[in-house]
Design a protein around this ligand. Sequence first.
Ligand code: SF4
Length: 112
Amino acid sequence: MKKIAMLNCLNSNKVCAGAACFTAFNKRIRSFERYKGMDVEVAAFMRCNGCGNDPDEDDGMKEKVERMKQEGVETVHVGLCTKNKEGVRCKNVARIMEMLEEEGIEVVDGTH
Ligand code: SF4
């Protein structure tokens, strides 16, 4: 079975239950359409560690990235909430995406 995870904005999670992300996954639509008919498990719902936390200096973030590897997560989908209104991605999340890729994990832009 393929394991995937989602990465979202900690600030957004104060007001977001993640329902749209999980609905998209359960219905295999939007960025999850690629998994139609496949046996896929969402193994983690990961958030950044908040504004002002440089992912490279943050042991907790390093631990989370390592956990993705340990769990056998192959792909991480990154939520729209990690971009501002102009569509520019938060630099902390951009760095976390690189950290995941450095561990051999595929990163996909978007959830729902
Ligand atoms: S660092 Fe970026 S993604 Fe994380 S809470 Fe702040 S704005 Fe959201």
